[in-house]
Design a binder for this molecule. Structure first.
Ligand code: SAM
Length: 263
C-alpha cells in the first residue's frame, strides 16, 4: 500500500538529518527532493537510486509562474506515486513542515485519499540561528513570521521578545511570482517596524552554512540600513528585544508573590 513520509534534511549537508529519516530514504521506492544544492541531491542519491528533484516545478528562466501552482504540481507528482502504491519520501531541506507548505499539502491530500502519511521533524534554519548566535529563545520568548505576512496582516511584535522574519528577501512581494523584492518595499517594512523599534536598533541578517566548511553569515546592522543590505533567498532577519521583560504586577498579586520572591 502506498505511503508518504516527509522528512527534513536539515540545513547543513549530511550532518543534520535524523537516523530515522535516513532509514526511510533507504527504504523508499522513490524520493522527491527540494534541497539547497546539487551536493545535497548527490548525497541523497547515495542512499537511494531513485531521487527526483522537485526544483524543475519552480519557474524556470524567463517563465512567470505562481509559486502556488509550483507547489500543487509538486504535490500532484508525489501523490501519483503514492497512488501507484509506492513508498514515497518527500525530502525537504530544514524542517519539512516549518515555513513550508508542500509537505503539509501532500500529507493532507494523501490522508484524504486513505493513504498513510506522516512527517518527521528536521533541523530548521531557526534551530541553526539560535545555535550560531548563542541565543536561548526561551530567555525572553520569541515570535516568528513570514516577512510578507508580517507586513500584510496586523501582527503586533512584542518588543521584549525576539522577532524572527523569514523570507526577508521577499518582503512585500505578494504576487508569489518573483524571487526577490525591491528596496522600496524593504523601506516600507523598516517604516512599519519603526512603530515599535528605533531605527538605530541592531538587527541581524543570518544565513546558516549549507556546508560544514563554510561559516554562517551573521551581519549586524542598524534597522535603518536594512534597505541597503544584501538579502538573499536564504536570509533570515532576527530583531533582538529592544526592551527588558516587564513584570506583571496584577499576576504577582494574584499569586501572592513579590518581585523579591523571584530567582
Ligand atoms: N523549511 C525551511 C526550514 O525549516 O528552515 C524553511 C523554508 S522557507 C520556504 C525559506 C526561508 O527559510 C528563507 O527565506 C529563510 O528565511 C530561511 N532559510 C532557509 N535557509 C536558510 C539558511 N541557510 N540560513 C538562514 N535562513 C534560512
Amino acid at each position: 500500500h502506498g505511503q508518504l513520509i516527509c522528512v527534513g534534511t536539515g540545513i547543513q549537508l549530511a550532518g543534520q538529518i535524523g537516523q530515522l529519516s535516513i532509514s526511510y530514504i533507504e527504504l523508499a521506492d522513490v524520493v522527491f527532493s527540494l534541497v539547497p544544492d546539487g551536493f545535497t541531491d548527490r548525497w541523497l542519491s547515495t542512499f537511494n537510486d531513485d531521487v527526483r528533484s522537485l526544483q524543475p516545478y519552480y519557474a524556470q528562466a524567463g517563465e512567470i509562474k505562481n509559486r502556488r501552482d509550483s507547489y500543487q504540481q509538486m504535490v500532484d507528482v508525489m501523490l501519483a506515486e503514492v497512488r501507484a502504491n509506492k513508498i514515497v519520501v518527500c525530502a525537504l531541506y530544514g524542517h519539512p513542515g516549518v515555513f513550508s507548505c508542500v509537505s503539509h499539502m501532500a500529507i493532507e491530500q494523501a490522508t484524504l485519499l486513505g493513504f498513510s502519511a506522516k512527517m518527521l521533524a528536521g533541523v530548521s534554519a531557526e534551530a541553526c540561528l539560535w545555535a550560531d548566535l548563542g541565543i536561548d529563545p526561551g530567555g525572553s520568548g520569541h515570535q516568528s513570521y513570514e516577512a510578507t505576512q508580517f507586513m500584510l496582516y496586523q501582527h503586533v511584535p512584542n518588543r521584549c521578545a525576539h522577532l524572527v522574519l523569514w523570507q526577508i528577501a521577499l518582503a512585500g512581494e505578494h504576487t508569489l511570482t518573483q524571487f526577490g523584492t525591491t528596496k522600496a518595499r524593504i523601506q516600507i517594512l523598516v517604516e512599519h517596524l519603526s512603530q515599535w523599534y528605533s531605527l538605530e536598533h541592531e538587527v541581524v541578517i543570518y544565513e546558516a552554512a549549507n556546508l560544514a566548511v563554510q561559516s554562517p553569515r551573521v551581519e549586524r546592522i542598524a534597522l535603518a540600513d536594512l534597505p541597503d543590505a544584501r538579502l538573499t533567498t536564504i536570509s533570515t532577519l532576527l530583531i533582538p528585544p529592544q526592551q527588558a521583560l516587564a513584570l506583571n504586577p496584577a499576576m504577582l498579586a494574584k499569586l501572592g508573590i513579590s518581585e523579591m520572591d523571584l530567582g
